[in-house]
Design a protein around this ligand. Sequence first.
Ligand SMILES: [Zn+2]
Length: 119
Amino acid sequence: MFRVRVIDHFSSAHNLRGYEGNCERLHGHNWKVEIVLQGDKLDNLGMLVDFKVLKKHLKNLLDELDHTYLNEHRYFKDVNPTSENMAKYIFMRMKEIFGDLVYKVAVWESHNAVAEYFE
Ligand SMILES: [Zn+2]
């Protein structure tokens, strides 16, 4: 099997509905997002996926979230914008492009706290 991994960042605000504690109040994070693709077949150049293409699609998606209030995003109107749910959302969106090659998405909300989603 082969795996490729790309990392990017964005900044946004959120608050956790129903949380008893200071995360219920509006605050922001500089999020680090890591995506891992996995597969057993390489193309004729010897690539699982072109890093340039993967980086571009991840960046396009993160641009959509950058400098926004996540609770107002269409997906997070009903779903709490936790790191876990953000990892799932990014996973699903990237799956629309890369299909079953998408193996895992990790969302870091700080340097020592990360949530991962995979299927
Ligand atoms: Zn937070």
